[in-house]
Design a protein. Structure first.
Length: 437
């Protein structure tokens, strides 16, 4: 089975490898837009391929994003913060089994998700213990034992009970119960991380839409930012604009100005915005239909940059230019990491390095329905994949000095094309924008 997107293979052969964004968030009768039934089937077929490739009979998947990838169920956002429940993905069975309460949300999910017909289980069929709650040891053993017996019955029905079962994360109690029932339990992260590395064209369109929603937030900031506002006020302006533009949710914030950009603070505060200061804005991972991008921009408040600020900013810009030159199919992650900009590479002379005493930071990782997924590179021990068309990489360039001028952060999400790369994040950054004038 070819798990790549056959529909775009002819386009990928040519020099013009674009996935054009010709529509918005809605649905109309006069234009073919994303066919969600097709995309849902593609994702499950690909996941089935990788489940078999890794020799697994089934997977218990707790991860919020990857549950959505497999089932297309929009889980409550609080499930992002705790491993609330799992879906059971069984080899050869198509869509995963999803447990829903017969007392609360079953009728809603049945109506919303007809593609899961035959896969929705109530608590009498597939009980999902709340693994984050306090419970006595005897009660925990009873609940985990009940769940594992139900899982075993399902796997026996599909003829895969003798194969390993993967778990991405859970409690020791659940894992011990699986092992006591005779299952070989293995790590459940690698197979699905590998599965999601190469995107279908429809997934790229989802990511472009998420980026456009983020840009609505930057547009609001450009219109409304003023000297004297607080960081959290600006955050509110940006958040409102993104929700009005169709965001499902975002996973975190970085709003930092002035001294909080040097080194960068990965949060926000009530600090006032003052003239002549850098301001970095990152609405971390704005989601649309589960897909996200990494996106970061730095602005200057109420003044044009001085000479050192221009050099700091342009260094981060140049880091992206150099990184883009490296992105093309056939390049390995280790090669990419070895050649990416490093301390001193972007500075013209040793005198500049001594004068600036620069501190550099840059990192990259995969992006899509799951943040910080493959392909990624943080150390030489990381796996060395080769870049392919429709892999997506978020690259974060940060630059600051030990002076009082502040620091810069610029992040783009790049898609590997047939012959290079394209940026999915289009807010201009080559020249710094001044806010609040």
């Amino acid at each position: 089975m070819n798990v790549r997107d056959k529909d775009s293979s002819a386009q990928a052969q040519g020099a013009d490898d674009r996935i054009q964004q010709r529509f918005g968030l809605g649905n109309v009768d006069w234009q073919q837009r994303i066919d969600w039934n097709v995309l849902r089937r593609k994702r499950v077929e690909r996941a089935q391929y990788f489940l078999a490739k890794h020799g697994l009979g089934a997977a218990l998947v707790y991860n919020h994003d990857r549950k959505r990838y497999l089932s297309a169920v929009w889980n409550h956002p609080y499930a992002r913060h705790v491993p609330r429940d799992f879906v059971l993905f069984v080899r050869g069975a198509g869509f995963p089994y999803v447990s829903v309460s017969k007392h609360t949300d079953r009728s809603r999910v049945v109506e919303d998700c007809p593609w899961l017909e035959g896969r929705l289980m109530n608590e009498d069929e597939l009980f999902n213990p709340r693994i984050y709650r306090y419970q006595s040891e005897s009660e925990a053993q009873r609940k985990y034992g009940l769940t594992v017996s139900q899982i075993k019955s399902l796997l026996q029905a599909h003829g895969v009970a003798g194969l390993p079962v993967s778990v991405d994360y859970s409690t020791p109690g659940m894992i011990h119960a699986l092992e006591s029932a005779g299952f070989k339990v293995v790590d459940g992260t690698s197979w699905i991380d590998e599965c999601g590395m190469v995107k279908f064209d429809e997934e790229i369109l989802c990511m472009k839409t998420a980026a456009a929603i983020n840009e609505a937030g930057y547009g609001a900031v450009l219109r409304e930012a003023r000297i004297g506002m607080r960081e959290n006020e600006l955050q509110g302006i940006m958040a409102r604009a993104m929700y009005e533009a169709g965001a499902e949710y975002y996973e975190g914030w970085v709003v930092a100005a002035g001294e909080r950009t040097n080194p960068r603070s990965f949060n926000w505060s009530d600090r006032p915005l003052r003239p002549c200061e850098f301001l970095t804005l990152e609405a971390c991972h704005v989601n649309w239909c589960g897909y996200k991008v990494c996106y970061d921009r730095t602005f200057l408040m109420g003044a044009r940059p001085n000479e050192l600020q221009r050099e700091i900013y342009q260094t981060a810009v140049e880091m992206h230019a150099k990184f883009q030159e490296l992105l093309r199919p056939g390049v390995s992650l280790h090669e990419l990491a070895d050649k990416r900009p490093k301390p001193g590479v972007n500075l013209r002379t040793a005198e500049q390095i001594r004068q600036w005493r620069a501190t550099w930071s840059n990192h990259f990782g995969g992006m899509g329905i799951a943040w910080d997924s493959a392909p990624y590179y943080y150390s030489a021990e990381d796996p060395d994949f080769v870049l392919e068309r429709n892999m997506t990489i978020a690259y974060h360039a940060m630059m600051w000095t030990d002076s009082d001028e502040g620091g810069v952060a610029i992040e783009n999400t790049y898609r590997i094309t047939a012959n290079g790369c394209e940026s999915l994040t289009k807010w201009p950054y080559q020249d710094i924008m001044v806010l609040g004038l």
